[in-house]
Design a protein around this ligand. Structure first.
Ligand SMILES: [Zn+2]
Ligand SMILES: [Zn+2]
Length: 247
């Protein structure tokens, strides 16, 4: 069973189109999206950002398979800006866009109170209490838990593949100098908890990196100008090995 895994999209419409084109070469069961759909560091106003969000969600919805997603911190910040808009008519306009997004047929926000079915044998949840060897744990960014089939998340803007763990990386991100803005997209073939094959397709200048000092962290996919692994830069970024050491 093959699922597409999309990291932080951040309004990158053209990179998203390329990512989806590549994924459409596979017989997909579903798409998993880790959130942060909205643009980063844009000079757009709230409504314009929502229009970009709507365009992103429309592209995902049009793939025609279930799109299971969680919101990211940037998405939630945008919704907070909507709620705190002083002007009632612009607030209403914004809420209409959100309403259209929520009603899109193939989009399923992954719930906290239950698990939802993905195919015949697998479940997805964002509740850490509901995990088992048949359940995918989908978060924007949270503590790595081994008690699941697979923990899938994003937020850090590099990809990481380790046993039982996928950080989806990013489809697009803003950078001050504009270089390497596009990242990577992932297809995961899940045959069982000990049998997950992961394919990473670069969308921009990214490279695989295995760090000799942090072998248990698996393979990173980072912007090609990075010289060290993310954990060398910041030990707080360790996921898998922190669990192994019980830190
Ligand atoms: Zn984030
Ligand atoms: Zn992000």
């Amino acid at each position: 069973m093959i699922i597409g895994v999309l990291g932080d999209i951040h309004g990158g419409i053209s990179a998203l189109r390329r990512a989806l084109n590549w994924l459409l070469g596979y017989d997909l069961e579903a798409l998993l999206c880790v959130g942060d759909f909205v643009p980063l560091a844009s000079d757009l106003d709230v409504l314009q950002e929502l229009y970009v969000l709507e365009e992103v969600m429309e592209l995902l919805n049009d793939v025609g398979v279930p799109v299971m997603y969680v919101w990211g911190n940037r998405d939630l910040e945008l919704f907070e800006r909507v709620v705190s808009l002083e002007d009632l008519s612009s607030r209403r306009e914004c809420l209409k866009v959100i309403d259209r997004i929520i009603k899109m047929r193939n989009l399923i926000e992954v719930p906290r109170d239950t698990r939802i079915r993905l195919g015949d044998t697998i479940y997805v949840t964002r509740n850490p209490m509901l995990l088992d060897s048949r359940t995918i744990y989908l978060t924007h960014y949270d503590n790595y838990l081994r008690s699941c089939l697979l923990h899938v998340e994003g937020h850090v803007h590099y990809a990481q593949i380790a046993k039982g763990y996928i950080n989806a990386g990013y489809i697009h991100r803003n950078l001050p100098k504009g270089a390497y803005a596009d990242g990577m997209v992932i297809a995961a073939d899940i045959a069982g908890s000990n049998n997950v094959r992961v394919l990473v397709k670069p969308l921009g200048a990214v490279k695989p990196l295995i760090c000799a000092k942090h072998i248990s962290e698996g393979v990173f996919f980072v912007p090609s100008n990075w010289r060290l692994c993310p954990v060398c830069y910041d030990f707080a970024k360790a996921k898998v090995s922190r669990v192994a050491l019980h830190i």
